[in-house]
Design a binder for this molecule. Structure first.
Ligand code: ADP
Length: 439
């Protein structure tokens, strides 16, 4: 920056003095230095007795501070907050034309002017940007010299440019910081995605390994168990001679417990097969009335023992179904076995109907049994869940039947629903699309 002292010194400024000041401003990019040069120029070349230049400081554009002054002592630490809109100096900022204020006090922070005071706004306020500053000039004459006006306009234009440039620099810095943050966040996201992808693969592998293990285990358990059941049966049938009653009772226990174990193993095997996607669909066209008769025949010994009135009201005109016959049968056997197990008196009814609009067959099994509390109606569809899970529960079973039914129905694009009230009975309904979609 050129030195302030280098400015020419006559009281009425020559065109050279104006030129020198303009050049000095051009080479100056600090508001405080510009203000100091302006105050010095006014004191040298005009009749100014007191001068004060207020403008934003570097750090806070919402305040004006005295950047330079002459003949105005005691302004150290003075800060003019722009939100104080009723402060006379803030009001003066809004005036587009210079105004004269008679001698005496003008603003509380300023010393009273001896010969009156001119306020000149340095540039205009624009939306979102405060005006670049305010110039206060006190001189003996009530006439404002054109040199003061010239300087105020000139200084205002220069300060406006400086502050805009500074804003631009700040904006650029903020924008590159934002870009850097977005880049960092994107990289972090990509890392997390990769991590998730790897975890998903690991989970898939672990789940496949689990299913494989269970399938193998079930197979390994089933083979010796079938042998145990086979030999027990042979002994019960008296292959080695009629067993004495005590031995027969023990053999019967081995037989019933073995069958229970086989049931559990078979059900676990079913679930693991479904979960591992190794339970293929065998779709065919078949008729429900025949299938329901088959289910009733299979459970006939239990039906007879139960002494319940078990009936099937099946519409002979139901359309044929295109689905997996074996899986539909497995669901119905399960629902009917449960109805028989949890009903002590009354009846069990199997009903069918067809909903033309949705091409869905409804097969319901209604019993007058113990019913299910609404609080348990969700959990019984989960693996190993029974209303009574205690070791002393009166009903046998594994708690896997309904969870298998739910999975099988889903494989056939259908579902199983329940309506039940404690002590009044239950209705389980299988909703089956007439045509299952091939996976
Ligand atoms: P399991 O019958 O082997 O216990 P399920 O998954 O078939 O397993 O059934 C889960 C539970 O749902 C049963 O233990 C029983 O508490 C309840 N439940 C199922 N069917 C009926 C029914 N028809 N009436 C009353 N409770 C039932």
């Amino acid at each position: 920056m050129s030195s302030i002292a280098a400015l020419s010194t006559p009281l009425t400024p020559s065109p050279e003095a104006r030129l020198a000041f303009s050049e000095l401003l051009l080479g100056c990019d600090e508001a405080r230095t510009c203000a100091e040069a302006a105050v010095s120029w006014l004191m040298r070349h005009t009749q100014a007795e007191q001068v004060l230049c207020l403008a934003p400081d570097e750090s806070d554009s919402h305040c004006l501070v005295p950047l330079a002054s002459s003949g105005m002592p005691g302004l150290e630490g003075f800060v003019l907050a722009l939100h104080e809109t009723r402060h006379p100096l803030v009001e003066a900022l809004q005036w587009n034309e210079p105004r004269w204020h008679p001698p005496g006090p003008f603003a509380p922070e300023l010393p009273p002017s001896r010969g009156g005071l001119y306020t000149l706004s340095l540039g205009r306020a624009s939306p979102g940007a405060p005006p670049p500053g305010l110039l206060l000039v006190s001189s003996g004459s009530a006439e404002l010299s054109s040199d003061v006006k010239w300087l105020a306009t000139h200084l205002g234009t220069h300060l406006t440019r400086l502050y805009k440039g500074r804003q631009l620099t700040r904006l650029e810095a903020a924008s590159s910081e934002l870009a850097a943050r977005v880049n960092a966040a994107t990289e972090e996201l990509a890392t997390q995605n990769e991590l998730l992808r790897r975890q998903a693969i690991q989970l898939e592998q672990a789940s496949a390994a689990k299913s494989q293990f269970l399938a193998n285990m079930s197979h390994e358990l089933r083979t010796p168990l079938n042998a145990i059941l086979g030999y027990t049966n042979m002994l019960l049938q008296g292959v080695n001679g009629e067993p004495p009653p005590a031995q027969r009772r023990s053999l019967s226990r081995i037989d019933s417990n073995g069958r229970h174990l086989l049931e559990i193993i078979n059900e676990i095997l079913d679930i693991t097969r479904i979960e591992a996607g190794r339970m293929p669909l065998h779709l065919s066209e078949f008729r429900l009335p025949e299938l329901i008769q088959e289910v009733m025949a299979e459970l006939d010994p239990i039906i007879v023992r139960s002494k319940l009135a078990v009936s099937a009201a099946v519409d002979p005109h139901l359309p044929a179904v295109h689905s997996d016959r074996q899986k539909v049968k497995q669901i119905l056997v399960n629902l009917l076995s449960n109805a028989l197990k949890f009903t002590h008196e009354g009846s069990i009814k199997v009903k069918t109907s067809y909903e033309v609009a949705t091409a869905t067959l409804h097969i319901s099994v209604t019993d007058t049994g113990i019913g299910i509390d609404p609080a348990h109606q969700e959990k019984i569809w989960e693996d190993f869940q029974q209303v009574d899970n205690s070791p002393t529960r009166p009903y046998g079973g594994t708690g896997l039947g309904l969870s298998i039914c739910r999975r099988l129905a889903a494989m056939l694009d259908g579902r199983v629903a329940l309506e039940s009230a404690v002590g009044q009975g239950s209705t389980f309904t299988l909703y089956l699309p007439r045509r299952a979609r091939r996976p």
